[in-house]
Ligand binder design. Structure first.
Ligand SMILES: Cc1ncc(COP(=O)(O)O)c(C=O)c1O
Length: 396
């Protein structure tokens, strides 16, 4: 056994510790919601993916208790042995109906879904074209496949077109993009991407993890918002954010793709099926989301309020005006970390992100607005953010 490796890892840990760049885990005592308790201190939660506030919604909790009673705790099997219940099939159908797709396949996470798809459907004769800011799971999924890889500059349609031209001799082309880029809160240029895909005979895949449920008039995500639903061929998404926040992922799309994934997707074939309690509860959550116009409008109102107040206070923020991800740009890692720590001391849970998660000198504190926040909590959080930022001379 190489004990030297252990020493080396300790040294590396010490190095990132001394730079203040190590990640701290804050143990929440209780459910994920608008205010949380950490080390007995109440904090307004400004950093959760619980966009619709459903993670501890009483309707969801009742469903989850019922699901445990009716379908048990675990399946102890992958799907094709004895890990498929009626509810797995029902949830796949419900997701297909909601997203207006032929068919859907469930995975334990969206990370698994993205890890599965490229290797399963592409060969060495094909080409996959990926936005440079795509999520780590897409990057890792692409690494697993033998297709030619082309990474286009973030949102740069000229560069995507150049890459598509270079890929003309490949048998098939697949363009893949996040619907929402989670570090910036910006949206993919789906109409332009679809137009280029049509020009160069490529398929389009969108990972809509940060949009499904709350972006688009009916919550069907960025393709609905941009009115390109029938021009996007593959969708991946998560149950771990707006759709209840537990865990689980899926791919929805053309019937042939989904059927093939059931035969060949390795995380689907070789990992346990989604827990019954999540599966059955997600059926109820989808109904809530489909009837969720009021929830979406309320979230939009909170997002607008937060952005207006932050801009009025002269914060440097990024992101799409309608998206609940609001990065506050700081620059260097150490002041970003100090700002986030002071926010926590002042009762606001917000986290800083620095290199290598975001580019060097583009450290930020990323806020996420949730429908689980009351207007009162949101207002208190914004007051506190302004006060602490002034102390740190981030704003005048
Ligand atoms: C764009 C994107 N794709 C995929 C994932 C992974 O989702 P899951 O938590 O279901 O594995 C995330 C989560 O951070 C994400 O932001």
């Amino acid at each position: 056994m190489s004990y030297q490796l252990l020493t080396e890892l300790d040294n590396r840990l010490q190095e990132i510790n001394s730079q203040g760049l190590h990640k701290i885990e804050y143990p929440i005592d209780g459910p994920q919601q608008g205010t949380v308790t950490i080390h007995e201190k109440p904090l307004i939660n400004m950093c959760s993916n619980n966009y619709l506030g459903l993670a501890a919604d009483p309707r969801v909790l009742i469903s989850a208790h019922e699901a445990l009673d009716s379908h048990g705790y675990g399946m102890a099997s992958v799907r094709f042995i004895c890990g498929t219940q009626n509810i797995h099939k029902q949830l796949e159908d419900a997701l297909s109906n909601f997203l207006r797709r032929d068919d859907t396949i469930l995975f334990s996470s969206c990370f698994d879904a993205n890890a599965a798809i490229f290797e399963a459907i592409l060969t060495a004769d094909d080409c996959v074209l990926s936005d440079e800011l795509n999520h780590a799971s897409i990057i890792d999924g692409i690494r697993l496949c033998k297709a030619t890889r082309k990474r286009y500059r973030h949102g740069d349609m000229g560069h995507l077109e150049e890459c598509l031209k270079q890929a003309e001799s490949c048998t098939h082309r697949l363009i893949v993009t996040d619907g929402v880029f989670s570090m910036d809160g910006t949206l993919a240029k789906l109409p332009e991407i679809c137009a280029l895909a049509e020009k160069y005979n490529a398929l389009v895949m969108v990972d809509d993890s940060h949009a499904t449920g709350f972006m688009g008039p009916k919550g069907r995500g960025t393709p609905e918002m941009f009115e390109v639903e029938d021009r996007v061929h593959i969708l991946s998404g998560t149950l771990g954010k707006a759709l209840g926040g537990a865990s689980g992922g899926y791919i929805s799309g053309k019937a042939s793709i989904i059927s093939w994934l059931r035969q060949r997707a390795r995380p689907y074939l070789f990992s346990n099926s989604l827990a019954p309690v999540i599966t059955k509860t997600s059926l109820h959550i989808l109904k809530i989301v489909q009837d969720g116009d009021a929830m979406r409008q309320s979230l939009q109102h909170k997002v607008r309020e937060a952005r207006q107040r932050l801009l009025a206070a002269r914060f440097h923020i990024l992101g799409h005006p309608e998206h609940p991800i609001i990065p506050i740009m700081i620059g260097d890692a150490i002041p970003a970390e100090a700002f986030a720590k002071d926010l926590i001391s002042a009762g606001i849970l917000a986290i800083s992100f620095s290199y290598p998660v975001v580019p060097l000198h583009k450290a930020r504190v990323r806020l996420q607005i949730s429908e689980g926040l009351s207007m009162e909590d949101l207002s208190t959080a914004l007051d506190t953010l302004i006060e602490v930022a002034r102390k740190h001379t981030l704003i005048p």
